[in-house]
Design a protein around this ligand. Structure first.
Ligand code: FES
Length: 113
């Protein structure tokens, strides 16, 4: 006699999905310490991270520090995730516009899904 297989009720995917999609702003704060190697850390990545977090306060946009994106000569580099746009040469004053773009990106993903 074989043992019965008990399958847990895993529900449907929509039961486990967040009610609305959120975006994450990934901010490169990586330092390359060699004098002749540019990096986002040297170009204000950490200050940018703080200003983006402040601009995103009260929204459903997350802001995370990230390691190098491999675009060090174009820093400071920011990416909207999942799968969103890269922004290069970002400065602190760009924070409100980046957060606005992340909110629009999240809303667009919600419409598509
Ligand atoms: S240090 Fe930021 S992309 Fe490389």
């Amino acid at each position: 006699m074989t043992k019965p297989v008990i399958t847990p009720n895993l529900g449907t995917l929509s039961q486990f999905r967040a009610p609305s999609m959120t975006a994450t702003i990934m901010v490169c704060t990586h330092y390359r310490y060699a004098i002749n190697q540019p990096s986002c850390g040297k170009r204000g990545g950490e200050a940018l991270l703080l200003s983006l977090r402040e601009a995103a306060t009260g929204t459903d946009v997350a802001v995370e520090a990230s390691c190098c994106f491999g675009r060090c000569t174009e820093g400071a580099v920011v990416r909207i995730a999942p799968g969103g746009t890269f922004y290069h040469g970002v400065i602190v004053d760009d924070a409100p516009n980046i957060v606005r773009a992340a909110k629009l990106f999240a809303a667009a993903i919600d419409v598509v899904e």
